[in-house]
Design a protein around this ligand. Sequence first.
Ligand code: GLY
Length: 369
Amino acid sequence: MSQRMPILCNKKPCYDILFTQSFGELWPSLAELGCQDRRICIVTDSKVDELYGAQVLECLEGKCLKAVKYVFPQGEENKNLDTVRSIYSFLIQEGLDRKDLLVALGGGVVGDTAGYVAATYLRGVDYIQVPTTLLSQTDSSIGGKTGVDFDGYKNMVGAFKMPRLVYVNLSVLQTLDDRQFFSGFAEVMKHGLIRDEILYQWLIDKMYEICERDLDVLQEMLMRSCAVKKSIVEKDPTEQGDRALLNFGHTIGHAIEKYKNFQLSHGECVALGAVAAAYISWKRDLLSMEEYYEVRDMFVPFNLPISVEDIDPDEILRLTKADKKMEAGRVKFILLKKIGKAVIDRTVTDEEILAAIREIYFSDEDAHA
Ligand code: GLY
């Protein structure tokens, strides 16, 4: 059964997340937004296009003024200003004007890139998110953060631009390969760890059904996980304060992602960063030793790494400083005060960060110990 979750901006209804298990409600939802006399451009990547491009285009053709599709090559390396430029050119060529609409069909790369185009083309046009990965369904499609990478730095150029709708078709999760599916799970875990101990416990209880991708359980999981994101972005849409809590695991995570040249997935790096942040929390006596090990080991059944080979801890430390989560020269670190409650901390030292990186560093010596 479909369910709606309204998201407020400035205490007023702004857009809905619609949780469904097919694309059947896509056109009716766009009709509700008055799209009958608008041009619509689907923006997607080559992989998602193969799976769902034709199906989604078919939902729109003949119903709105014009429906077109722009496809760019898949991969984080294409989340850049060159892709943005080619989308602008396509929109101009197809005559899209200010009242037209973009549909971001894909994972985080597509959502962030198409969202940034929507934020800037003609000083802003409407867009909706149709996220097709667990990661984008639970995190990146919600809250209006858009942007692209620049010179290897994640999300360095961007804008806040709220979508008109987030359309979640859960059935697409069944076509994800295991690595991609579980990568998204890292962000679900993050939501439990930072804000919702009950969600965290529920994830432990439902481990089997989640791994089996039972759609009704996944729908409940997403609703619970998105409720955490909703509660945070509604209060702090532009990250002046508590929204930074959503960066739990991301400071060290982004540094590893860059160090590994995006060979590890975002979720895998977030899992590693979360273990490192939980380690610092334990060393500061915020978490008990048992809690630290429980958090760390929780990632294992979901196929997420808790250690990483072939890294240079000093270089990872250096990269944490180049991340944009800095304020007046200090890293804004997110620690766990307890499971289900995260805090922002600006006092984490280089030594603490290095010790945490060494904790997740799996070296040959460990293998032979
Ligand atoms: N993914 C972090 C945020 O939306 O703020």
